[in-house]
Design a protein around this ligand. Structure first.
Ligand code: ATP
Ligand code: MG
Ligand code: MG
Length: 552
């Protein structure tokens, strides 16, 4: 039992099994198919699947599709793909909408027991008469309708006799309850809309807080795990289970949401970014969606190690994005080949190297993982280096290339600059160097040392490549918090969140496949973009830079 760190839910499950309260753990992940999953959902997915797994239980994937207006099959499909990609397998797949008939029948039972009534008040009137934390609510004038009248009206609501908002069904509990959620909450509303699964079969839909406990009970869920904002809903959850006389009694437990600094995880805002065209769809590599993280190059292993470290508690606090980045570096460190890419190229001519000659140099694929073997890289008279690895008038402590200075080319030779070629605007177009054959990498040359080592690619063999460099999408450090932001959301967008560069990679990466991952020497980890890469012309997404001040 060590798939999750020590946590209070694990303690509860252990007790429940010991006392014989349950004999098999059943959990569920219940997304509403109204958007794509994000990093916060990864935590909920991991908790539900891993806790059940730890105790030999099972987990369902259930689409909580009780609101036809915002839901779509596109989201259903993306959610399935994301859960699978994270490495989880559901034992059962369910749609809440398949329980509409049972939910309706249970509502009829509530009416018959005098526990629910049809109300003609408008949504605004219901809100206004709900009271406050210090003042009780007021009973609706329709609260004392007879059972017969309620049964008749509810049947007519279902039959489509009324317009949206004209009537609702409310639970009859207590308008003076200190818990506002128990002040006769609405449990059914009229919505004339086509549902992605049930089509036009229904024009009344159950509210989330009524539907959710029933869904859990119908599926035999034992531990219904959700985030702490639902804590105040728990008494109503228990009320629904008891009053609808469901034979299975699930229990709700709440854990703290996962929030990341400088990261939006509200579906509403994520949708805004997509709809406004600020990002390239839900899977834009800057998005904190699972599909965005995947396209960026994050791995399921890194995401799971991250949520493990974040832990399961009731605590609510924003985590530094650097922690997530730490885990992707950790995961890729020994897996990704370490190759060379020039993002902003400057041509270097090695004037004492024979024209028309090419040699192959040996390069290890991962200096920390010998098992990854070696590759051969071509070297010839013309190469590309990084534009900012050369300065004509360098400040002191600049150890890279400048006139008269010698540097090491990774896996190759020492080169020394003797000439700078410029265009009519004074822009450096080419630099001329000599190389010293004695200094070949691996030859054991030790006669003199240089302070700088730079990367390069052979100009004649290099493969043109596009590099997409990312910065955070959101500018300020404010943790994302519904309703609390000072500046309008769209003004918090970082205008420099994407920079596109055109350069070169080693010839061996010509046929890199979507999602191949590399560590580019001195740059960072990169992923082959599945959308824009073409055979022979790879496009790389920066996953994460190499260095960080982050410490666990
Ligand atoms: P919305 O309210 O717009 O539907 P949501 O984020 O609540 O958005 P759901 O589809 O209802 O989306 O979420 C599915 C499950 O994921 C819920 O159990 C929810 O508690 C959980 N969840 C959502 N966001 C987070 C988060 N940031 N951290 C942990 N769990 C989360
Ligand atoms: Mg929701
Ligand atoms: Mg929510």
């Amino acid at each position: 039992n060590n798939l999750t760190p020590p946590n209070f839910i694990k303690n509860i499950i252990t007790e429940d099994l010991k006392n014989g309260k349950v004999d098999k753990i059943v959990t569920r992940f219940p997304p509403e198919p109204n958007g794509y999953l994000h990093i916060g959902h990864a935590k909920a997915i991991w908790i539900n699947f891993t806790l059940a797994d730890e105790f030999g239980g099972r987990t369902h994937l259930r689409f909580d599709d009780t609101n036809p207006v915002k839901e779509d099959i596109e989201y259903v499909n993306s959610i399935k793909e994301d859960v699978k990609w994270l490495g989880f397998e559901w034992e059962e797949l369910h749609f809440a909408s398949n329980y509409f008939e049972e939910m309706y029948n249970r509502a009829v039972l509530l009416i018959k027991k005098g526990k629910a009534y049809v109300d003609d008040l408008s949504a605004d009137q219901i809100r206004e008469t709900r009271g406050t934390l210090t003042e009780p609510g007021q009973n609706s004038p329709y609260r004392d309708r007879s059972v017969e009248e309620n049964l008749d009206l509810f049947a007519r609501m279902r039959a489509g006799e009324f317009k949206d908002g004209e009537k609702v069904l409310r639970a009859k509990i207590d308008m003076a309850s200190p818990n506002i959620n128990l002040r006769d909450p609405v449990i059914y509303r009229i919505v004339h809309a086509t549902h992605h699964n049930t089509g036009d079969q229904w024009c009344i839909y159950p509210m989330y807080s009524y539907a959710h406990p029933l869904e859990d009970a119908i599926e035999g869920v034992t531990h219904s795990l959700c985030t702490t904002e639902f804590e105040d809903q728990r008494p109503f959850y228990d009320w629904v289970i008891a009053e609808t006389e469901m034979p299975n009694v699930p229990r709700q437990y709440e854990f703290g949401r996962l929030n990341l600094e400088q990261t939006v995880t509200s579906k509403r805002k994520l949708r805004m970014l997509v709809d406004e065209g600020i990002v390239d769809g839900w899977d834009d590599p800057r998005m904190p969606t699972i599909s965005g993280l995947r396209r960026r190059g994050y791995t399921p292993e890194a995401i799971k190690a991250f949520v493990y470290e974040a832990g399961i508690s009731k605590a609510y606090g924003a985590i530094d994005v650097k922690m997530l980045e730490h885990f992707v570096r950790e995961d890729l460190k020994l897996k990704a080949p370490r190759t060379m890419a020039v993002v902003d190229p400057l041509k270097v001519v090695i004037t004492n190297y024979p024209e028309g000659q090419t040699e192959l140099l040996d390069a290890e694929n991962n200096s920390e993982n010998e098992e990854m073997g070696h590759r051969q890289i071509p070297f010839s008279r013309e190469i590309y280096i990084e534009r900012d690895d050369f300065m004509e008038d360098p400040p002191s402590k600049y150890f890279r290339l400048f006139p008269g200075n010698e540097v090491r080319l990774k896996h190759a030779y020492f080169i020394k600059c003797h000439d700078v070629i410029k265009d009519e605007n004074g822009e450096v177009t080419e630099i001329h160097c000599t190389y010293d054959p004695e200094t070949k990498s691996g030859s054991g040359f030790t006669d003199r040392k240089v302070k700088g080592t730079i990367h390069w690619v052979d100009a004649s063999a290099a493969v043109p490549a596009e590099f997409r460099l990312y910065e955070p999408l959101i500018l300020d450090e404010e943790p994302e918090d519904e309703g609390a932001e000072e500046k309008p959301f769209l003004e918090r967008i970082n205008p420099n969140s994407l920079t596109i560069k055109h350069g070169f990679v080693e010839p061996g990466m010509k046929d890199a496949k979507p999602h191949d991952k590399f560590q580019f020497f001195r740059h960072g980890y990169f992923n082959v973009d599945p959308k824009y890469s073409k055979p022979g012309h790879p496009v790389f997404n920066l996953i994460v830079s190499l260095k960080s001040s982050f410490q666990l």
